[in-house]
Design a protein around this ligand. Structure first.
Ligand SMILES: O=C(O)C(=O)C[C@]1(C(=O)O)C=C[C@@H](O)C=C1
Length: 278
């Protein structure tokens, strides 16, 4: 049976670009969603086999909706990571000159905030569901609007490029993850492992104690991110990205020690990392 892969649509998003670096269009059935959380929940409910969604950007940091949905709303595993260079363009209707409104995904607008402020100080920035949704809107607007998005989004919607490489930092890149209902076996090598847990924040040293379990086993942490636990103000959950696979004995031992010290805990899986060259 053909594998169905969900992503943040419509056609022309960076998310779709990440999917197409992993799968060929002829091998999978691509299913666009209007929201990142919809794409994630569709894996949980069995509507699609996998969804590929953004999780972190080098300029703007975490994509909170991805972290929160994974922690609170579904029980899924990360099965791959794709790091994609993100080069934004300002897309306009052919023949337009003035720009009063610039539309895009909030992450994309934020990644270009300084550049847009310099080029179009009077333009209003308007967030929409995705960069490709923004390009669609511009294709049907009165001509005073522009979209921040990819060259593909511009091409699909018949737009011209008014400015290219408008991200505030040239090396801008976004990490995407593939989510599935079952974990994969990731042989030690180019692997990462992600955990999320809630600790007892009222006990002094509880985070320090957790970190000690990694340190004493020479386990390298690549990222720590905290998000609200949703159990009250001042309560947090922590995401840990670890270098390596749970198939490695020191990582497996650190994880089982941590499990015992948390109020709740989820192992989000061990998975390979793919870097897309630009
Ligand atoms: O709107 C898109 O094109 C997306 O794929 C979403 C998204 C994100 O949410 O981070 C992906 C990559 C860029 O960082 C900007 C936007």
């Amino acid at each position: 049976m053909t594998r169905t892969v969900g992503y943040l649509g419509p056609q022309g998003t960076y998310c779709e670009e990440a999917v197409l670096h992993i799968y060929s269009k002829t091998d999978v059935c691509l299913q666009p969603f209007t929201g990142i959380d919809d794409a994630i929940r569709a894996v949980g409910s069995g509507t699609v086999d996998e969804s590929i969604v953004p999780v972190e950007n080098s300029l703007e940091g975490s994509v909170n909706i991805t972290l929160d949905t994974m922690a609170h709303d579904v029980n899924l595993y990360i099965t791959k990571e794709i790091v994609l260079p993100v080069r934004h363009n300002l897309l306009m209707k052919k023949g337009s000159e003035e720009i009063a409104v610039i539309v895009s995904h909030p992450q994309a607008l934020a990644q270009c905030r300084k550049t847009l402020g310099k080029l179009y100080p009077k333009a209003k920035l308007k967030p929409v569901e995705s960069t490709a949704a923004a390009a669609r809107i511009v294709a049907t607007c009165d001509g005073l609007c522009a979209a921040v998005g990819s060259l593909r989004a511009g091409e699909f919607n018949g737009l011209t490029v008014a400015a290219s490489n408008i991200q505030d930092i040239a090396s801008n890149s976004t990490r995407f993850i593939g989510l599935q209902r079952q974990p994969i076996v990731c042989e030690p090598g180019n692997c990462k492992t992600t955990l999320v847990c809630q600790i007892n924040g009222e006990q002094p040293g509880s985070l320090y104690n957790l970190l000690g379990e990694f340190a004493q086993r020479q386990v390298n942490l690549m990222r720590i991110e905290s998000r609200p636990a949703r159990t009250g103000l001042g309560m947090y959950i922590f995401f840990f990205d670890i270098e390596g696979s749970i198939a490695e004995s020191n990582i497996a031992a650190a994880i089982s020690a941590i499990e015992k010290k948390c109020l709740w805990y989820k192992n989000l899986g061990s998975y390979p990392v793919y870097h897309v060259e630009k």
